[in-house]
Ligand binder design. Structure first.
Ligand SMILES: NC(=O)c1ccc[n+]([C@@H]2O[C@H](COP(=O)([O-])OP(=O)(O)OC[C@H]3O[C@@H](n4cnc5c(N)ncnc54)[C@H](OP(=O)(O)O)[C@@H]3O)[C@@H](O)[C@H]2O)c1
Length: 307
């Protein structure tokens, strides 16, 4: 990457989509993570760099070498269950990376992708001014990182994003998002037992990338915290039924059950974000964030084409 581009720290599900979107807009983009991701060589214009973001000197060397004008923090650990089992490691990873890049950003805009897990899940919606109260170890780690980034970087924005979904290939070792897992299993004719009482505001990964790109390039000043949730608040069961409908799968394959009977038993009732500011900011107000029906119709051909 030549100086003046964007450094994306994290090359997973969300980071790759952000890098793709930025490269499609013609800007120099570099992504960094500990292991080379198998899927990146096909993303034109994106270079990958080995980096453990918890190592201060390694972050400093990379920033000095690339001279980014914009930095996105979109690294892990992102697995809620892993973070619950390793709470100290989760906090130290997120806070170390936040502190290093906040100190190194200088005049670069620093956007940290955060989560609805900074809320306890008791309220059906959370706008930017809702009081934080993390639901779990993952939420505590991310909240602490938010505080560091906002306290130490000159031009930082925390973009809290609700549950993200998008296409993943059938042959992926593990599907990272609920939509992809539902779609592949429905297309195999498997039934799904899904909570009827866990609510979310899902957002398509392409829309996350679009909003992130706009926030990175927006003229200053921006509010320090922005929320990005999809326009629909749905239970996982209703969402899975929407996926089934878009794929033409039999509706009976979706079996709604109480959350307590599923692997989501320990998760909060609500994982929802209300975007009260994005629609008012000049940089983002024209972005139409898709609802679950539109998102399912958009993604369905990618899932059915591979079969
Ligand atoms: N997916 C969602 O629904 C969602 C919603 C809201 C917020 N977010 C936030 O978005 C971020 C990314 O989520 P994701 O779904 O894209 O996760 P993901 O697919 O698990 O990707 C995480 C990425 O971070 C990298 N990483 C982990 N530890 C690192 C380290 N110490 N140094 C450098 N890179 C490291 C991983 O690669 P290596 O292991 O090779 O380093 C991987 O590329 C997370 O911070 C999460 O809080 C995600």
């Amino acid at each position: 990457m030549s100086a003046g581009g964007t450094l994306v720290v994290g090359s997973g599900f969300v980071g790759t989509a952000v890098a793709r979107r930025l490269a499609a807009g013609g800007e120099p983009v570099a992504v960094a993570s500990r292991h080379r991701p198998g899927h990146l060589p096909d993303v034109r214009g994106v270079g990958w760099h080995a980096l453990d973001a918890t190592e201060r000197e390694a972050c400093a060397r990379l920033v000095a070498r690339l001279g980014p004008r914009r930095i996105v923090l979109v690294h892990g650990p992102s697995d809620v269950t892993w973070c619950e089992e390793h709470p100290d490691l989760a906090v130290s990873a997120h806070t170390a990376a936040a502190a290093h890049f906040a100190a190194l950003a200088g005049g670069a805009r620093l956007v940290m992708i955060s989560t609805d897990n900074v809320f306890d899940g008791s309220r059906p919606d959370n706008a930017e001014d809702a009081p934080v109260s993390p639901a779990n170890a993952y939420g505590r780690a991310k909240l602490r990182a938010e505080e560091i980034v906002l306290g130490a970087a000159a031009d930082a924005v925390v973009l809290r994003v609700s549950l993200v979904y998008g296409h993943e290939p059938a042959e992926a070792a593990k599907w990272l998002n609920f939509f992809a897992a539902c779609a592949h299993r429905l297309l195999r004719g498997e039934s799904l037992t899904v909570p009827q009482d866990q609510w979310t505001t899902p957002v398509l990964v392409d829309d996350v990338a679009e909003v992130t790109a706009a926030v990175l390039h927006a003229g200053a000043p921006l509010p320090p915290v922005l929320h990005l949730g999809g326009p629909d608040r749905v239970s996982r069961a209703v969402w899975a039924s929407t996926v089934a409908e878009a794929l033409g799968a039999p509706p009976r394959l979706v079996v709604p059950v109480p959350r307590a009977a599923t692997r989501y038993a320990s998760r909060p009732e609500n994982a929802c974000l209300t975007s009260s500011l994005l629609g008012r900011l000049p940089a983002t107000r024209s972005i139409a964030v898709r609802g679950v029906r539109e998102g399912a119709r958009y993604l369905a051909p990618a899932f059915t084409a591979a079969r």
